[in-house]
Design a protein around this ligand. Structure first.
Ligand SMILES: *Cc1c(COP(=O)(O)O)cnc(C)c1O
Length: 391
């Protein structure tokens, strides 16, 4: 999403060289070495580093299978394809998410139906899901907003007996747990992204975790044009024949990207600990202030992709945002509710009033810098700037 233009001139920046972004990757020498090794190997794509990264993710999230693809968006598309979403089908999505969560339904010709979020957590509200369910509802996509898992027990208890598939858009939540169970083992399909602002990166990349054998097989074909064998399988068989059995795409990811992902995955747990420390420092500093953190539910391990505060009146979000940016602090807004985007208004007739909790939250929210490489000094700089701006 494009960031709004700074309403201040760059001269007003106190120290632009030390600006703090809202999120940032962390690449070290071992990551570089892993990529170089993959580049020197026989396989640049469809090779052993892809398998190995898939197995590592599957193991870490307690899923039977994981399918690596070229982005989180491709992963969402593959999930919709695997579930055979098509014209006439409805898929329930929250509005408080990145547009790709709803777009993947539209790619398949289905209709995204927006169900509102709980105002205290901004997670999909199971009561709203029930209210928006019809006989055409085929799936629910639950977004683990900011890194906090949704209420999977409630969502599963509602969806499973009705034959509705449960998909987790866990692009914010790699490494999170819900009642002791890792995100990745809680829904029929769980989608992750490895974009540089996410917990671990492959540059661009995504993954779908599942326990369901037939969905795993369909997604593997889907990322490879709908062809029933891949290049390496044919090479190992010494055969040139292949069959395209359904219409897929080229959503493959390369071996050097997966080599990077696997090296990054080793560091995930330490980075989650650091994200929690940063979150704790913010939460402590903002207690009782006009920058109100979201509610954290005790049954989860939060993955803290985002640290979001809601500004209490009379704070003006635009003014606070501009003041932070002028101080070199990369505050951001996650997200403009998807149903308010012009495309959705025009194509599906959505608009203001459809999801009042998400719309109200959007008006007063700010995401503060959150990434493991931040120092305590960086965090304190952000805290001081926020406190000054909200007073
Ligand atoms: C990042 C993100 C995506 C898309 O992932 P890409 O890898 O950028 O395609 C989808 N949903 C959510 C909630 C995200 O944060």
């Amino acid at each position: 999403m494009s960031t709004p233009k700074l309403p201040v001139s760059p001269i007003e920046l106190e120290d632009p060289a030390h600006s703090i972004p809202y999120g940032r990757q962390w690449i070290e020498d071992d990551d570089v070495a892993a990529v170089v090794e993959a580049l020197r190997s026989d396989w640049l794509t469809t090779g052993p580093a892809v398998d190995s990264f898939e197995r590592a993710i599957a193991e870490s999230v307690h899923a039977a299978y994981a399918v690596a693809v070229s982005s989180g968006t491709a992963a969402l598309h593959a999930a919709m394809f695997a579930l055979r979403i098509g014209p006439g089908d409805e898929v329930i999505v929250p509005p408080m998410t990145f547009a790709a969560t709803a777009n993947c339904v539209v790619y398949q010709g289905g209709t995204p139906v927006f169900a509102d979020v709980d105002p205290s957590t901004l997670l999909l509200d199971p009561a709203q899901v029930e209210a928006k369910t019809t006989e055409r509802t085929k799936a629910i996509i639950a977004v683990d907003y900011a890194g906090q898992p949704c209420d999977y027990d409630k969502l599963r208890r509602f969806a499973a007996p009705r034959g509705i598939a449960l998909v987790a858009d866990a692009c914010h939540a790699l490494g999170a747990t819900y009642k002791g169970q890792p995100v990745g083992s809680l829904a029929d399909l769980t989608v992750f992204s490895f974009h540089p602002v996410k917990h671990i990166t492959t540059g661009e990349g995504g993954m779908i975790a599942t326990n369901r054998t037939e969905l795993n097989a369909r997604m593997r074909r889907f990322r490879n044009h709908g062809i029933s064998s891949d290049h390496r399988q044919r090479s190992e068989r010494g055969s040139w024949t292949y069959e395209m059995v359904e219409l897929g795409y080229n959503y493959r990811i390369s071996d050097f990207q997966c080599a990077l992902g696997q090296c990054q995955l080793k560091k995930l747990n330490g980075w989650l600990v650091r994200r929690q420390e940063i979150a704790d420092r913010y939460t402590w500093a903002f207690r009782g202030s006009r920058a109100c953190p979201l509610r954290v539910r005790p049954e989860s391990r939060h993955a803290w992709h985002l640290y979001v505060v809601q500004l209490a009146p009379p704070c003006d979000r635009q003014r606070v945002f501009s003041e932070l940016r002028a101080r070199g602090i990369g505050a951001n807004v996650h997200y403009i509710p998807v149903h308010l985007h012009p495309y959705y208004r025009q194509r599906f007739g959505t608009g203001p009033g459809l999801c009042p909790a998400a719309e109200a939250a959007y008006e007063r929210m700010l995401s503060l810098p959150m990434f493991p490489k931040m120092t305590n000094d960086d965090v304190d700089t952000v805290i001081a700037a926020v406190q000054r701006a909200v007073e």
